[in-house]
Design a protein around this ligand. Sequence first.
Ligand SMILES: C[S@@+](CC[C@H](N)C(=O)[O-])C[C@H]1O[C@@H](n2cnc3c(N)ncnc32)[C@H](O)[C@@H]1O
Length: 282
Amino acid sequence: MNHTHTARHTHGTDTDVQAEILDLDAEVLAEHTTSITAWLPLKSDPHHLVDLGCGTGTGTFALLDRFPDAHVTAVDASTEHLQRLRTKARALGVQDRVRTVRADLDETAWPDLGSPDMVWASASMHHMARPERALRNVHDALAPGALFAVVELAGHPRFLPENAPEERPGLEERVHAAADRLQKEHMPGRGADWGPMLTAAGFTVEGQRTIAVDIEGDRDEAIGRYALGVLQRIRGVIADRLSHEDLTALDRLLDPSGPHSVLRREDLTVRTERTVWAARRT
Ligand SMILES: C[S@@+](CC[C@H](N)C(=O)[O-])C[C@H]1O[C@@H](n2cnc3c(N)ncnc32)[C@H](O)[C@@H]1O
């Protein structure tokens, strides 16, 4: 991916920006995450869970909340994300129920994950360089009967009405089309159907559920910040693929203090889809 262009109004490192977006994801999509953890076809409450590619802990904390007797091993390649997760765990008083493990899951040898009753991987499997191998590693780490939940977003959420902004209607779709083309080249697993891949890795897929996310933005100023963060991050990688007029219009939306800023809009919504696959090691 081209990281040479950083979003004009973004401060901090790319990891900081991703961390902020992940935290906003957690806040804005909290009730959808709860409905996914409630839906999981579990035979009994799990005691040891693993959150693979845990980021700043959206899944970890949702799982700790859903299963009050469980502990979670949270795994990620990013030291900064894990640090943030530990700080949150302390603030929530659940530090004794979380163990963090820094590991690059693209490496052939995985860390010892213990014997989890359930592995959760949200928006992380599409990052794997060799997803088939990663799925087999998860399969081998689980005890027979244990569950693997793969959660993926259909893509970046949409925020603006189709006819916005006034001077460049349809801008957001053109921005996403450029990002999708770029990401297809670098992350073929994004937007994939994980069902057949899970079956090929030896799992029995027991359920698949797609949740449509459609949240009215006027309820929450976090949605403005979420839109700003997501669009800034996309701009950072596709700026050179947009027309001059589209880039100018996008920068007007992304100028937090400007009159056209997304932060000032009252017509934002969050529109996306999340799919979860529940796969059992038989
Ligand atoms: C889009 S974030 C999702 C984070 C979290 N699961 C959530 O739902 O908010 C993807 C995460 O996968 C991690 N990741 C990507 N590639 C990885 C790898 N090879 N090994 C370990 N973690 C990885 C990133 O550091 C990031 O935290």
